[in-house]
Design a protein around this ligand. Structure first.
Ligand code: AMP
Length: 423
């Protein structure tokens, strides 16, 4: 069988050409699976991490079904709900890139918190074809009668797991009540905990299930490394690695908003162009920082899990877990930021005596075992936590830890606690 093309999946010649112009030579696996059933009008449940091409996988068939023909007046036909501002902007861009026709440009309203509601209300005057929204702001606009959703023919929940994390369960009924009962429903999620499954059960009817390269398969494209280092020396090591490896477009994950600023400042003050990225920054500043990273004005972006959601930087080459993620699922999300659209990437995790056990847990869930590398000049000296001291280097078998051992272990542990990102 010959390889599928966008046209062979059922897309119109015009949309197939738009794909070619966008540089999409062949459809990605999730596009191959999702486009034909979506064109037939089926509901869809997509297990898809970012980077799989999932946005185009739903945008293309929805454009063809609902927005191809010029309409006399504008009614919102497609509603996409997303967890973050950045993702909203990105999804809006994809629709615009794939669906704009000079004869009748698509009108897309991207609505999210953090910017003036008045500007968004103005933009919605006279209707829109597509609304891409975060749920809170959408409800705000509904309350102000600034948007009508009774013509919506397709609803997309993107990154449904994160939508639920951010409280979507409470907002769901109000959003759904504003929509017509008869519509096509799509739900995408990178993970499938029970609450996402429950949401899918209530929302979808006879849905086809598609999965982008499953998370386990997706991992081998990413070179995963772990480096043993004391918590207090992580910033120095990071600087060393960036300079040595001439790393560009590096995303560094830390545990707290404070740490984003602190680590970025440490790097920047020692000759590595770096910036913080977190939820308390103004929208315009966030946009500028992302632009700086894309354009190479900064090499390193230091961020938290929540803020990083939806960042799309082409060619992101390295992800660093400066602080380990709290859950193995977050680990998958984080390392998935690199190696997007088939390119290779590196994911480096810093591991100290105090976080060793946590890293093991992540490895177990990933079904990998990674060697702890050491970098010359940065060899760890802190001892393992007390309960493991017997097995550690330097410990005498059977000898109970001395008072000094215990103190050192306690200090090591403290240096790497949740607030210990200062390093
Ligand atoms: P997404 O998973 O939707 O965030 O898409 C990840 C990246 O892949 C985006 O930068 C898209 O522009 C790109 N992309 C989507 N589909 C294709 C394709 N068929 N071929 C090449 N790149 C693609």
């Amino acid at each position: 069988m010959s390889a599928p093309t966008f046209a062979s999946l059922g897309l119109s010649p015009a949309l197939a050409q738009v794909c070619a112009q966008a540089g999409f030579t062949t459809p990605s696996p999730i596009q191959v699976e999702a486009i034909p059933p979506l064109l037939r009008g089926q509901d869809l449940l997509g297990l898809a991490p970012t980077g799989s091409g999932k946005t185009a996988a739903f945008a293309l068939p929805l454009l063809q079904r609902f927005l191809a023909r010029g309409q006399g007046f504008r009614r919102v036909r497609v509603l996409v709900l997303v967890p973050t501002r950045e993702l909203a902007a990105q999804v809006g861009e994809v629709f615009l890139r794939l669906g704009g026709s000079p004869a009748r440009p698509l009108k897309i309203a991207v609505v999210h918190g953090g910017v003036s509601v008045n500007v968004q209300m103005l933009r919605l005057r006279g209707g829109a074809d597509i609304v891409v929204a975060t749920p809170g702001r959408l409800l705000d606009l509904l309350d102000r009668n600034a948007v009508r959703l009774d013509g919506v023919q397709a609803l997309v929940l993107d990154e449904a797991d994160r939508l639920l994390d951010l409280g979507f369960a409470a907002e769901r009924e109000r959003v759904l009540a504003a929509l017509p009962a008869q519509r096509q429903n799509l739900l995408f999620s990178a993970t499938f905990p029970p609450d996402v499954q429950a949401l899918a059960d209530t929302l979808l009817h006879d849905a086809v299930r598609v999965a982008a390269a499953s998370q386990v398969e997706a991992v081998p494209e990413i070179e995963q490394r772990t480096i043993a280092v004391d918590a207090s020396r992580r910033a120095e090591l990071l600087r060393h690695l960036v300079l040595q490896g001439a790393w560009r477009r590096v995303l560094v994950f830390v545990a707290t908003r404070y740490a984003t600023e602190h680590v970025a400042h440490k790097l920047a003050s020692r000759g590595v162009p770096a910036a913080a990225f977190h939820g308390e920054m103004s929208q315009s500043l966030r946009t500028r920082v992302l632009q700086d990273l894309r354009e190479g004005a900064v090499d390193v972006l230091v961020t938290t899990d929540l803020a990083a959601r939806g960042i799309d930087v082409p060619g992101l080459s390295v992800v660093v877990n400066y602080d380990l993620p709290r859950s193995p699922d977050d680990y998958v999300h984080r390392i998935g930021r690199t190696a997007r659209a088939g390119a290779n990437g590196i994911a480096v995790s810093f591991v100290s005596a105090a976080t060793e056990a946590h890293m093991r847990l992540i490895e177990k869930r990933q079904e990998v075992r990674l060697a702890r590398e050491q970098v010359a000049g940065f060899e760890p000296v802190q001892v393992e936590p007390p309960e493991r001291a017997d097995a550690g280097a330097g410990g005498i078998k059977g000898k109970r830890p001395s008072k000094k051992d215990k103190l050192r272990a306690a200090a090591a542990k403290q240096g790497d606690g949740p607030q210990g990102s200062g390093g």
